[in-house]
Every structure is written in C-alpha cells, then in structure tokens.
Design a protein around this ligand. Structure first.
Ligand code: FES
Length: 202
C-alpha cells in the first residue's frame, strides 16, 4: 500500500510547451462537445511526461483551467491514481507491485532489495539522485509475479538475486533486458506449450 506524497517544493509556473499544447488540443477534440473534462487523465499524464515524470500543483491548476473544471476535481484524480507522481522521482523510477499474487511470490524481497541498493525510504531519491522506488498496486502482469516496472518497461518473474543484478546494471548505466527473468516468452509456460496439445490450431 502506497501513500501519495505531495512535494513541499513546488514550481511557481507551468504551461504546456507548444508540442504538448497541440497534443492536448488533439486529445480534447476526441470527446464530444460538453464532455471535454473526460480528457483529464491523458492531460495529467502529458503534464507528468513534460515535467520529468512528476506533476506539480500548478500543473493541476493549469489543466483545471484548460478543461474548465474545478481544481479540486482534477486534484482528486491526480491524488487517486498511483500512475501520477506528485513529487520528483528518479530518472530511473522503480514501481514494485505488492498486491496479493506478487506478494505471495516474493514481492517484498524486491522491496527489500530496493531498500538496500537504492534508498531505504520509498519516494526518496538515491544518493546519486538517479533512482527512486515505490510500492504500487497490481500492474496487470500477475501471471509473471513477482514483477516491477522501471520507467516504461516491465521486469517479471523476479527474485532477490535477479533484482540486485537489474539494479546494478542500471547503476552502471547499462540497460537491462525487460520481460521474464525465467526465460518465458510473455506469459507462456516455461519450456514451451503444455496444454491443448492434441487440438489442431489451438
Ligand atoms: S498482482 Fe502484481 S502484477 Fe498483478
């Protein structure tokens, strides 16, 4: 379970750059007249991408104004979903799933490895300011539990040793390979298919 942390240090200004403003307008146009407020989630995500992967409060106000919605309603969305960061995160941002399937398969070995190798507190930057981590709810890859997400990539079928290796590679500036760390293709069984073998074209 994760608690949303709102940064004490906040910038005084935010607006979309030209490219993102154009993108925001395209997103808003996807919704019927009078329903433009439905664009709130992709616009928050766009603001996060523009601002080093976190959303300052001024960006929430900016989006509220852009969509003519009350600030509190945009704030409620931003504080509800773990995909929105409301304080700075590392250039390498580790999200560890600790929901039940991952938990019973050893998610806390991954959490403890992050504590040892990144920083012992969730939401804090590592000493070299490059990495941070947080616990999140199910990321939809339960069949490859336990798993973690680093920036946009999933790392699955992990244990302590594999997590240590991934973190070390990142700290050395290398790019570890995403996907299953038990050699599976996506979520297929290990060592090829095992079911429906007698059904043609199954
Ligand atoms: S429970 Fe961890 S990905 Fe679903």
């Amino acid at each position: 379970m994760s608690i949303k942390k709102i940064s004490k240090e906040q910038p005084s200004d935010f607006k979309f750059n030209n490219k993102n403003l154009e993108e925001a307008q395209k997103i808003i146009k996807k919704y019927p007249e009078g329903k433009q407020q439905s664009a709130v989630m992709p616009l928050l995500y766009l603001a996060q991408k523009q601002n080093d992967n976190w959303i300052p409060l001024v960006a929430i106000k900016y989006i509220a104004k852009l969509l003519t919605m009350p600030y509190i309603r945009v704030y409620e969305v931003a504080t509800f979903y773990t995909m929105y960061n409301l304080s700075p995160v590392g250039k390498y941002f580790f999200q560890i799933c600790t929901t039940t399937p991952c938990m019973i398969r050893g998610a806390y070995d991954i959490v403890n490895t992050c504590k040892e190798k990144i920083t012992d507190k969730e939401h804090e930057l590592s000493n070299d300011k490059t990495c941070s981590w947080m616990e999140v709810e199910c990321l939809g890859a339960c069949i490859n539990a336990p798993m973690m997400q680093i920036n946009d990539d999933y790392y699955e079928d992990l244990d302590k040793e594999k997590t240590e290796k991934i973190i070390s590679q990142i700290q050395k500036g290398e790019k570890p390979k995403p996907g299953s760390y038990r050699g599976r293709t996506n979520s297929e069984p290990e060592n090829n298919r095992k079911t429906l073998m007698d059904i043609k074209n199954a």
